[in-house]
Design a protein around this ligand. Structure first.
Ligand SMILES: [Zn+2]
Ligand SMILES: [Zn+2]
Ligand SMILES: [Zn+2]
Ligand SMILES: [Zn+2]
Ligand SMILES: [Zn+2]
Ligand SMILES: [Zn+2]
Ligand SMILES: [Zn+2]
Ligand SMILES: [Zn+2]
Length: 465
């Protein structure tokens, strides 16, 4: 044991000053039944002992285990696929998806759903997709375990029902991004669906915290997404005529050859918009026709400009000549509540900890006490009321064993803490105040000198230091 000088008294409060809460207000308490995903298994098992998702009434967080909702294996009612709901809503084919396609199958626009809305979409590629698509794996490289036998593989999603294209497309993706049923890739797809395409961004009924007066703003936002923003990249073989559902092929071919000529490329060749490498005739690419723009990407380069995740199911949101996931498109137009994850359309909201919050959602992470206007502490980026913080995180004084309040001066020495007061930081033997002086620490006892240590030991034969 060496004696060391007492640490400098730390006078700073151990939390940042309450940032100015710009606006405060009280709203109605929303408690809604939400059946989506209740009871779903947490994927962080076995580290996390979750008995099944029990969603907090407004945080997208599990009350049982504290993990995020998207860390649970959320199963939607009626075996819906999250992507089917989004495409159904945003491509004006809701009827098709929510009534007809309740079972695995394929989506291909047909005359029946050539509605007015679809005509507005005609300057863009129409989505094609197959869900739970079974096919024989290619014989050269079996997709599973390297076995050479022809095996059936099943993809939770595939871009189009063309075994050859699907197989080449999947091979162009990293293995853990291939949505092979039962694999890591399928889980990754599910997580990306939830993260990239929040359902409450694209449907008024799902946005639980949009106030009456702002409903119209959300409706306009959704309308604009449908008409001008959303699209699905099409998987094509570069230079081959792709199956142009609903597109005017002649115009596209003409545009393509003009674009190629302008770039000095042979027809069919093009540059990947992301990595700028040339894509040759016969390569597999993802092609986007968005109004007058045509862009081509390598399958593994078609990523959100902000989060750089692969755009799930090639669903993109086009904004200022760039491609985004739904979340990061919306985030450029409206603040998103750090509590409930929904967009904030109200003009007034709380801005704290460099994040935006609905008034009611800037609340203690443990007890939901509304923190607007009160003092709070942050830990791991989450706000806590003072009571909860003291209970769960405050340091205990090594001498008096009580919690050191956030405002109290304290002394820290390695992992040991004391109130910076004479009664808690004195020599156990001669009671000298040790703040700012040399001290020794032995069996949780403070000493000023080896002399006091010797005196203490002879006075306390049962407690030798
Ligand atoms: Zn859980
Ligand atoms: Zn968990
Ligand atoms: Zn590329
Ligand atoms: Zn993104
Ligand atoms: Zn909120
Ligand atoms: Zn609390
Ligand atoms: Zn103390
Ligand atoms: Zn002493």
């Amino acid at each position: 044991m060496t004696d060391v000088t007492s640490p400098v008294v730390d006078e700073k409060p151990c939390f940042g000053a309450n940032p100015q809460i710009f606006k405060l207000g009280l709203g109605k308490q929303h408690i809604l039944a939400h059946d989506i995903g209740q009871g779903s298994q947490c994927r962080n098992l076995p580290t996390c002992r979750c008995e099944g998702l029990d969603l907090h009434f407004w945080r997208k967080m599990c009350k049982n285990c504290g993990c995020r909702m998207d860390e649970h294996d959320v199963v939607l009612p009626n075996e819906f696929d999250h992507a089917q709901i989004v495409i159904g809503r945003l491509f004006g084919a809701r009827e098709h998806f929510e009534k007809v396609l309740t079972k695995p199958g394929m989506y291909k626009p047909n005359e029946q759903n050539e509605t007015k809305e679809n005509n507005m979409m005609s300057t863009r590629s129409q989505p094609t997709a197959v869900y739970n698509y079974k096919m024989a794996s290619s014989d050269s490289e079996s997709e599973r375990g390297g076995s050479n036998n022809k095996e059936n593989v099943q993809y939770a999603w595939a871009p189009l029902p063309d075994k050859n294209l699907v197989s080449r497309y999947m091979k162009a993706l990293p293995e853990d991004e291939r949505p092979l049923v039962g694999s890591k890739g399928e889980q990754n797809r599910k997580s990306r669906l939830q993260f990239q395409l929040p359902l409450y961004d694209c449907n008024v009924e799902d946005a639980r915290f949009v106030e009456e007066k702002d409903v119209k703003t959300l409706q306009n936002f959704v309308e604009n997404v449908r008409n001008n923003v959303i699209g699905v990249g099409r998987v094509v073989e570069i230079g081959k005529d792709s199956d142009n559902y609903g597109d005017n092929e002649n115009t596209n071919e003409f545009e393509k050859s003009m674009t190629a000529a302008l770039k000095g490329l042979k027809i069919g060749e093009t540059d990947c918009k992301d990595c700028n490498e040339m894509m040759e005739t016969g390569d597999i690419g993802v092609e986007c026709h968005h109004h007058s723009t045509t862009d081509t990407y390598h399958p593994n380069c078609f990523r959100c400009e902000t989060c750089r995740q692969l755009l799930v199911d090639n669903i993109y949101f086009f904004y200022k000549n760039k491609y985004y996931c739904g979340r990061h498109y919306a985030d450029q137009l409206y603040p998103r509540c750090a509590g409930c994850d929904e967009l904030i359309f109200a003009n007034e909201y709380t801005f704290a900890e460099e994040k935006s919050w609905h008034f009611d959602h800037f609340a203690c992470y443990k007890c939901d006490f509304k923190l607007g206007g009160s003092r709070y502490m942050t830990r791991d980026e989450n706000p806590f009321c003072l009571d909860c913080y003291l209970k769960h995180f405050a340091k205990t004084c090594d001498t008096c064993q009580s919690k050191i309040g956030p405002d109290e001066k304290r002394l820290n020495y390695n992992e040991t803490h004391w109130h910076a007061e004479e009664r808690c930081f004195q020599c156990v033997q001669c009671k000298m105040n040790l703040i700012g002086k040399k001290f020794m620490l032995k069996n949780h006892k403070l000493l000023c000198s080896s002399q006091c240590k010797a005196n203490y030991n002879s006075a306390n034969p049962d407690d030798q230091l």
